[in-house]
Design a protein around this ligand. Structure first.
Ligand SMILES: *[C@@H]1O[C@H](CO)[C@@H](O)[C@H](O)[C@H]1NC(C)=O
Ligand SMILES: *[C@@H]1O[C@H](CO)[C@@H](O)[C@H](O)[C@H]1NC(C)=O
Ligand SMILES: *[C@@H]1O[C@H](CO)[C@@H](O)[C@H](O)[C@H]1NC(C)=O
Ligand SMILES: *[C@@H]1O[C@H](CO)[C@@H](O)[C@H](O)[C@H]1NC(C)=O
Length: 384
């Protein structure tokens, strides 16, 4: 794998490495020759005339011929740690997942790494609540990154000063309950993994909102000992009832889990997901409607692979109390202080092994009509 990596990088940076070679071998002689030349010129000038202006112009000329070469730094660490400047690429999923599964084996980082939250927007098209997110992220540059995976026919258009500007990744059709939904989520994770500073990966939709200010959410995620993947064992027809024995032995029924799609995972779990070639074929073949893979694939495979890393709950609040197969959507008239008090109070869960009432960091689903009231209420109720 090592040699393939090197080849890939060489292919991409061919021009630079050729120039670097020339620069390296040329440099000592160049310095010597120019140094001697400069000394000679200065001596001649001091002898022939003591006009300061003449000397200055020669020095300026000689110095300026150095400048372009000095700017050409030799190939260093930066190409490995700089996030891709352009998110659009033409890698196939197979190429992307392979590339994203690279994982440094050595402990620590030989540079100052500021860990970031990657907000991954899985959307159909527009982001009606974008301005609320803009306000939430404002002033926290360097601590987050944004990725958008819309319907492939959609092109996001945001002004250059927006946090969403040019943050769209190559996307493919994603249908609720289908395996291509998991593929879209994996594609988001893989693209976000290409930025080595991304440490926590949050999947959100166009109808999600943050429930706290950025600092509070950053602290909550960064200090958590677990990732927030919803995973529970449901004995009923909509849980174990969807299990197919053909998934044995890789996926035993005892490890079969169900959970909401809206997760937060750390970098280790994100790599575990993108590198999976063992469970994925089983789910693609044997978990088809009425088995909804987006409710089972990640919770089950992570329960098998990294059970101790999971909080087994989601940090995204959603209201199923109205019944039916879709959760409630809230519009403008629902947005009141009382509405949020119900989300903040009266709920208990564990965080790093302790009881807490702070269980949710995000909430859904909110209709476009909720935007104005949300912008109005957020400084007081949500803290941003
Ligand atoms: C991506 O583009 C490069 C060069 O333009 C080409 O060689 C390569 O085959 C393309 N890959 C895919 C998957 O289309
Ligand atoms: C974020 O919210 C917390 C708690 O609600 C508050 O203490 C803190 O001052 C807020 N931070 C900012 C930058 O507004
Ligand atoms: C989540 O569930 C797994 C088993 O499915 C368990 O090993 C793990 O300890 C649980 N996490 C927490 C925080 O309780
Ligand atoms: C945590 O909350 C549960 C009920 O939700 C309660 O039974 C338990 O005693 C609490 N534990 C602690 C340590 O407070």
């Amino acid at each position: 794998m090592q040699s393939m990596v090197v080849q890939l990088e060489e292919g991409k940076d061919n021009g630079i490495s050729v120039r670097t070679e020339q620069y390296k071998s040329f440099r000592p002689q160049l310095l010597l020759v120019l140094g001697l030349f400069l000394a000679g010129v200065v001596t001649i000038f001091i002898i022939s005339t003591n006009k300061y202006t003449g000397l200055q112009s020669v020095v300026t000329t000689v110095t300026s011929s150095f400048v372009p070469r000095r700017e050409e730094e030799p190939d260093g660490l930066s190409k490995w740690i700089q996030p891709p400047g352009v998110l659009m690429h033409n890698m196939s999923d197979e190429e992307l997942l392979w590339r994203a599964s690279f994982w440094p084996r050595r402990k620590g980082y030989p540079f100052k790494r500021v860990p970031k939250i990657a907000f991954m927007f899985l959307t159909r098209g527009p982001l009606p609540l974008a301005s609320l997110w803009e306000r939430f992220l404002k002033g926290h540059k360097g601590l987050y990154s944004v990725y958008i995976h819309p319907h492939p026919s959609y092109t996001a258009k945001f002004p250059a000063d927006s946090v969403f500007y040019q943050r769209q990744i190559p996307s493919q059709l994603a249908q609720w309950g289908r395996m291509n939904m998991c593929e879209a989520e994996r594609r988001l994770l893989a693209n976000a993994l290409l930025d080595i500073s991304n440490e926590w990966f949050v999947l959100v939709s166009e109808s999600c909102i943050p429930l706290f200010n950025f600092t509070t959410i950053y602290t909550y995620l960064s200090q958590s000992k677990h990732s927030f993947m919803d995973a529970f064992d449901d004995n009923g027809p909509f849980g174990r009832g969807r299990y197919n024995e053909n998934m044995e032995p890789e996926v035993p029924i005892a490890k079969w889990r169900k959970g909401s799609q809206w997760f937060e995972v750390d970098r280790d779990l994100a790599v575990t997901i993108v590198k999976d070639t063992l469970y994925y074929p089983k789910f693609r073949e044997f978990c088809r409607p009425a088995c909804y893979s987006d409710e089972h694939y990640f919770p089950t495979m992570l329960t098998i692979e990294k059970p101790m890393a999971l909080a087994n709950r989601s940090v995204t609040w959603v209201d199923w109390s109205r019944g039916g197969s879709h959760p409630a959507t809230f519009g403008g008239s629902d947005i009141t202080e009382n509405f949020f008090q119900k989300i903040f109070d009266g709920i208990h869960c564990t965080y790093n092994g302790r009881n807490t009432s702070m269980c949710y960091l995000f909430a859904r689903k909110f209709a476009p009509s909720a935007l104005e009231p949300l912008l109005h209420i957020s400084p007081k109720i949500l803290g941003f």
